[in-house]
Design a protein around this ligand. Sequence first.
Ligand SMILES: NC(=O)c1ccc[n+]([C@@H]2O[C@H](COP(=O)([O-])OP(=O)(O)OC[C@H]3O[C@@H](n4cnc5c(N)ncnc54)[C@H](O)[C@@H]3O)[C@@H](O)[C@H]2O)c1
Ligand SMILES: [Zn+2]
Length: 386
Amino acid sequence: MKTFILSPKIVHEKGAIQYLKYMDLGKVLIVTDEFMVKFNIVKKITKVLDIKSTGYEIFSKVQPNPTVDLVVKGLQIILNFNPDTIIAVGGGSSIDTAKGMMLFFDNLIKKKDIKDVQNPYFIAVPTTSGTGSEVTSYSVITNSENGMKMAFNEDIMFPDLAVLDSDFTSTVPPKVTADTGIDVLTHALEAFTSNMSCDYTDILAEGAIKSVFNYLLIAYTNEEDALAREKMHNASCMAGIAFTNAALGINHSMAHALGGKFKISHGRANAVLLPYVIEYNSEIDEYYEELENSCAKKYAYISKILGLPCSSIREGVMSLVKAIKVLNKKLDIPITIQGLGINEKEFNKVLDEMSKLAINDICTEGNPKKADKNSIKKIFIKAYSN
Ligand SMILES: NC(=O)c1ccc[n+]([C@@H]2O[C@H](COP(=O)([O-])OP(=O)(O)OC[C@H]3O[C@@H](n4cnc5c(N)ncnc54)[C@H](O)[C@@H]3O)[C@@H](O)[C@H]2O)c1
Ligand SMILES: [Zn+2]
C-alpha cells in the first residue's frame, strides 16, 4: 500500500533556532563535527541551552562519511550521559551519526539490555542544503573495515523536530554548496521517477528541482545571497520528504559504492553519475524512435517545466541531460569519473565490486528501470570517460 509520512515538525525561517527557547529540553547531547565548534556555529545553539537546558555535552567527533565505529563511540556517550534531547547540528554526516546512535540505543532498549530509559527527543539542525536527512528515516553509515557505505531505513531515525535556519548555511564553502546542491537535485529526480512516487512526492520533488535550477548557481557564486541560501535549504528539505516516501534509485546506489571506494563527497559522486543514469533509465541509447517509457516521459516533463527544448520525449530527455552537464560545469564539477582524478587502473580493479555493491544497495529497489550487475557496470564505464 502506498503511504506518505509527514514527519517531523519543521520550523523554517532565518533565525528559526530561537524556537528552542520555547521548549523544555532537559539534558542535551549535541552531535556535531569539530568545524562546527571551531567556527562558533554550535555556539548559536549553546547560547540558547545556557538558558533552557539542565546541562549539555558536545560530541564533536563526526567526520564526513561517518563509520560504525564512530556511531558506537556516540552510543557510549548516550549511555553515560543519558540525555533527554539529542540535537544533531551539521551536514548529513552529523545528522546521520546521531541517527545511527538513536537506532543502536533503541535496539538496546528493545532487547531489554537497558531498562527504565526512554529514547531521547531528537532535533536535527542541518547546516548544509543537501541531504534532507533532517526529514528522512535514512542514515548512511560506512563499514569501518572495508569502506562500504550502508544505507539504513528505520522509522526510529525520523527526527522529532527539524530546524531549518538558513543562517546556519551562510558559512558553507562554494565546493560544499555545489556538491550538496546537486545532491538535492538527485534526490528530487530519483524520487520523481521512482517506482514508488505518488502525487504527494511528485509535487515536492518538482518544487525542489525548480529551486535548484533557479538558485543553486546564485548560492554558489554569491555565498552571501540570503534568498538563494534559504530557497536551497527549503529545496533540500522538500526533496528529503519526497525521497523518504518515494525512495531513491541506482544513482544513489552507485554513488554510495563510488564514494565509499574513492572517498568522493556524496553529492559530487551523485553529480557525476546523474546524466548517465538518466540516459540509462530513459533508454535513450536503446531505441532510435520516439521514447515510450513512463520514466522518459517524466524526465521530459521536468524539461518542460524548466523551459528547456522539449518538442518530443527524446528531445526533452536530451535537454535535461545537457542542462545537468552545463550546471555541473558551471559549478566546477567534472562530468566524468576520470575527471574526479580517479586512475583508470584503480577504477577497473574495483569496477566489479562496486557494481555488486550498487545492486545490493537498498536504493536500487526504487529505480524505475530494472538493473543488474552488468547494466550498472556499463553505466560506470560510460561515466568513467564518456
Ligand atoms: N540520511 C539521508 O537521508 C542522507 C541522504 C543523502 C546523503 N546522506 C549522507 O550524508 C553525508 C553527506 O552529508 P553532507 O553532504 O551534508 O556533507 P557533510 O556533513 O559530510 O559535510 C561536508 C563538509 O562541510 C562542512 N560543513 C557543513 N556545514 C557547514 C557550514 N555551515 N559551514 C561550513 N562548513 C560546513 C563539514 O564540516 C564537512 O567538512 C554522506 O555520508 C551521505 O552518504 C544521507
Ligand atoms: Zn544523496
